[in-house]
Design a protein around this ligand. Structure first.
Ligand code: GLN
Length: 305
């Protein structure tokens, strides 16, 4: 396994030159385009990894399924589904277009920015500080990493330039789909996106979902199998934005990407996978990361379809 992982990292690293690090959040543009790493953790806790697995990067949209889990734990599914729908959009992650046309202006799902911002508004806490702290604590627990923290520079950078997210949030507020103060919700959302992780952190989360909410190291049930199923269904249908259909065909298991270059994957009963490759394709997914996962899926016959 080690030789195979080292081999695919070497084979696909040159593909990073065909993609570009995200630049719409200015701070992300400072990242080295050629980084690439992968970690696999099986449900017994065995770790296999290769490449740039020590590099910390911001979680970005991979925070969406995690915050969704916390929102489900906090509120139950009925309340969450009042705010977001269950359908993929086929549109880019930051698309605003369907907010105007769709029923009650409810975002179609929580994996696009509009839906994720509505879900962030559901996180319980007396203050915005408490809400972000609860998100951090939840991520620390499910990654087994007490050092998880926010990258302040990325947060400031996104907060200063997040005009489109701000406009979507205000639009949703007008239709009653955002609870609480919009600026506070946006602050929590930008901060949750700026949490730093490694491939190993993502693989632990994937492994937890692979056991449907039971911690692979402690045996503790962290969330119900039902919530695990909801989150994985969204990952499978909308986790790779408007590249989700192609990913299902070429790779074939639930996954969530972020513009920081991460991909978090889960294979039921088998393993969690964390990938990092900040050079992105046009849809905002890690270009070499996709190749790693395609190869791995074929090699280990992991497609669930
Ligand atoms: N923080 C980013 C944004 O809201 C997350 C987007 C992403 O990773 N696709 O634009």
């Amino acid at each position: 396994m080690q030789a195979y992982l080292d081999g695919i990292i070497e084979q696909f690293r040159p593909i990073t030159n065909e993609g570009k690090v995200a630049s719409y959040i200015p701070e992300l543009e400072k990242t080295d385009n050629n980084l690439l790493g992968i970690t696999l953790i099986d449900t017994k806790g065995m770790i296999y990894e290769s490449g740039d697995t020590k590099h910390q990067f911001t979680i970005q949209s991979i925070s969406k399924p995690i915050v969704l889990l916390l929102a489900l734990i906090d509120n139950g599914e009925e309340k969450v589904f009042e705010k977001v729908g269950k359908e993929p959009t086929g549109d880019p992650f930051n698309s605003i277009v369907r907010l105007e046309t769709f029923d009650e202006h409810k975002p179609l799902n929580p994996m696009i920015n509009a839906g994720a911002i509505s879900v962030t508004a559901l996180i319980k806490g007396e203050s915005k500080e408490e809400k972000i702290q609860r998100i951090l604590n939840f991520i620390k627990k499910i990654t087994h990493n007490q050092n998880i923290k926010i990258n302040e520079d990325v947060y400031q950078s996104e907060s200063k330039t997040g005009y489109r997210n701000r406009s979507m949030a205000y639009f949703l507020k007008d239709f009653g789909n955002i609870e609480g103060d919009v600026d506070e919700v946006l602050e929590v959302y930008f901060k949750q996106c700026s949490i730093e992780v490694t491939t190993r952190d993502l693989a632990y989360i994937g492994a937890l979902l692979a056991r449907d909410g039971v911690d692979i190291l402690t045996g503790e049930r962290v969330f119900s199998a039902r919530y695990s199923s909801i989150v994985k269904s969204y990952m499978a249908t909308c986790g790779m934005y408007d590249g989700s259909g192609e990913f299902a065909i070429n790779v074939g298991f639930p996954a969530k990407s972020g513009v920081g270059g991460g991909i978090m994957c889960t294979v039921l009963g088998q393993m969690g996978i964390g990938v990092f490759g900040p050079a992105l394709n046009k849809k905002g997914n890690s270009i070499a990361g996709l190749k790693l996962l395609e190869s791995l899926s074929k090699k280990l016959e992991l497609s669930i379809y």
